[in-house]
Write a protein that binds this ligand. Structure first.
Ligand SMILES: [Fe+2]
Ligand SMILES: [Fe+2]
Length: 240
């Protein structure tokens, strides 16, 4: 566990989970990070005990056990996807863009792959922003209405897209596009391997990209493999 005498930079390097805590308390873990945690906390006017407790929490935080969504309602599953994964994407993309700018300012002249990673990330941002909006405003509400109609014996909801398979095919195609952009980022970054001269911000950037990839993989799995096939099956059963 981190101690008050370790420098902020050492803690950031040894415990990647600490970076979000430092960001939360406004503690500089990068250029100004070569000072003991106790002094950094005093300068930032925060209780060192509070920061240590937050660091311990962050380190012990494990990903919640994966829920088996195969038997939950589709409305609940879509709600989970939006609250966990869509909100994460919306919060994380601007943070990663800020980190990219900082890393390019400090290291861009020696690491020419960085500007390409940034432009790929921006392309991903554009694609995902549109994609999430279509799911949240059109597809997911339709699936929830369809489910309710089936449960209550009501009429199948009207849609502008014919069968639900049409928007689903489009969403799956967009998932492939996002997956390709992520794979390009992984390849450009050498599997998120920081170079020996990397500063803590560089570490935070690559760590963030890696987590982003993991989260998007889980997110797409829930849609492609559970939500979408069940919605197609549900629609087919409603018209039988
Ligand atoms: Fe989604
Ligand atoms: Fe999606």
């Amino acid at each position: 566990m981190p101690t008050v005498t370790e420098t902020v930079r050492e803690i950031a390097l040894n415990h990647p989970s600490s970076i979000r805590v430092f960001e939360q308390f406004g503690i500089d873990y990068c250029c100004g990070g070569r000072k003991p945690l106790a002094i950094a906390c005093t300068e930032q006017d925060v209780e060192v005990g509070t920061v240590l407790a937050a660091l311990a929490d962050a380190a012990s935080e494990s990903r919640p056990a994966l829920t088996d969504w195969r038997n939950s309602s589709l409305e609940n599953l879509a709600g989970h996807i939006v609250s966990q994964h869509h909100e994460y994407v919306k919060k994380e993309l601007p943070r990663l863009d800020t980190l990219a700018k900082k890393v390019i300012a400090a290291h861009g002249s020696h690491h020419l792959e960085l500007p390409e990673i940034q432009s790929t990330l921006q392309a991903l941002d554009q694609e995902l922003t549109q994609h999430l909006m279509k799911e949240e405003q059109v597809l997911f509400p339709y699936i929830a209405q369809l489910e309710r109609a089936l449960a209550t014996g009501g009429a199948r909801p009207q849609s502008c897209f014919g069968t639900v398979s049409n928007p689903i095919a489009m969403m799956m195609q967009e998932h492939d596009g996002a997956g390709e952009l992520l794979a390009k980022i992984r390849q450009l970054s050498g599997n998120f391997t920081v170079p020996p001269d990397a500063c803590p911000t560089y570490h935070a950037f690559y760590e963030g990209l890696k987590e982003f990839e993991q989260d998007l993989h889980q997110h797409i799995h829930l849609e492609n493999n559970i939500l979408f096939p069940r919605a197609i099956e549900m629609e087919a059963s409603s018209s039988r």
